[in-house]
Design a protein around this ligand. Structure first.
Ligand SMILES: Nc1nc2c(ncn2[C@@H]2O[C@H](COP(=O)(O)OP(=O)(O)OP(=O)(O)O)[C@@H](O)[C@H]2O)c(=O)[nH]1
Ligand SMILES: [Mg+2]
Length: 300
């Protein structure tokens, strides 16, 4: 007897910042593998979410990427290069559009660059946030279908899950015949340290404003489980200036307390164990421009 045929491959996510790419990855995978916030440019590194349908014999490895943007510094320029590299390597590209805003010049620009980069690889388009739309979704779907290189359009809501099943089945059929690329029980390619650092950064993003969210990086130093099951997580939150450090700590440590409580809840939900979280705020001047630092952070 020959092995049953399986399909497995990479789906790269393209789209402007804040259209809902990370929310969609979590919805497809069925677990929080990527942080999603109201802030544009939440995602900094390529994260792979893994969804395996054992019955259908298909596996999608979805690469969540930073939104396509014009680079501002070494950090954003590396983010942009990684987007181009990852999309070039993907078996299939999923272009996500914010249905609420409709198809705009930014979406057209991305669709055209995909066509140039991918040649005849199929580009699937998801018109997201359809929960905000109702009937008004129809003209947006039509505009999306007009985009150069797009050959299939799905209305979805990454938030409610509407339309996501159909999209998953369609993408599964596009994957090349291949053994599973990741163990079927995996949800993501991240280490625990990376996942927890992102969950903490997610809390910082939603609780700070202006330049602060962009100036923050989180490094998990250790994760240790005690015999009674309590897990101690030690992490550093980096900012670029003393004044940002003051903002993060807050009056009498109020802000950092809030961030810590939120992050602890998130981490406990993900790991399923009780957590003691030790957060330290450190000033790392200009880390976003420091080439060696970005190398060490794995932002290549
Ligand atoms: N109403 C609605 N909101 C959504 C939907 N999908 C995502 N959002 C919201 O849109 C915001 C941005 O979502 P993200 O998933 O972080 O967007 P992203 O494209 O990954 O953003 P970047 O990483 O910055 O490029 C968040 O506040 C989400 O809750 C949806 O289907 N409906
Ligand atoms: Mg994102």
């Amino acid at each position: 007897m020959s092995e049953p045929v399986t399909r497995s491959g990479f789906v790269g996510l393209a789209g402007r910042p804040n259209v809902g790419k990370s929310t969609l990855v979590n919805s497809i995978v069925g677990a929080k593998v990527a942080i999603a916030t109201v802030r544009p440019q939440t995602t900094r590194r390529a994260i792979r979410g893994v969804f395996t349908d054992l019955e259908a014999g298909t596996q999608l490895v979805i690469t969540d990427l930073p939104g396509v943007q014009r680079p501002r510094d070494e950090l954003t320029s590396r983010m942009q290069k990684s987007v181009e590299r990852e999309l070039g390597d993907a078996d299939s590209v999923l272009l996500v559009i914010n249905g609420e805003e409709g198809v705009g010049a930014g979406d057209r620009f991305i669709a055209e660059s995909l066509l140039a980069a991918k040649g005849n690889t199929s580009v699937v388009c998801a018109v997201n946030k359809s929960d905000r739309l109702g009937r008004e979704v129809v003209p947006v779907l039509a505009a999306a279908a007009e985009l150069k290189g797009v050959d299939q359009v799905f209305p979805i809501s990454a938030l409610t899950g509407e339309g996501v099943e159909e999209l998953k089945v369609y993408l599964g059929g596009l994957m090349p015949e291949s053994p599973y690329l990741y163990p079927p029980e995996d949800h993501s390619d991240q280490s625990d340290e990376q996942l927890l650092a992102e969950l903490i950064r997610g809390e910082v993003l939603i609780r700070t404003r202006d330049e602060v969210p962009h100036s923050v990086e989180v490094k998990v130093l250790s994760i240790n489980e005690r015999e009674d099951g309590l897990v101690t997580v030690v992490a550093e939150i980096w900012v670029e200036t003393e004044s940002q450090k003051g903002i993060l700590i807050g009056k009498s440590g109020f802000k950092i307390g809030e961030i810590g409580r939120g992050a602890r809840r998130d981490i406990e939900a993900e790991l399923g164990s009780r957590i003691h979280l030790d957060l330290q705020v450190k000033v790392r001047k200009k880390w976003r421009r420091d080439v060696d630092m970005l190398d060490r952070l794995g932002i290549e």
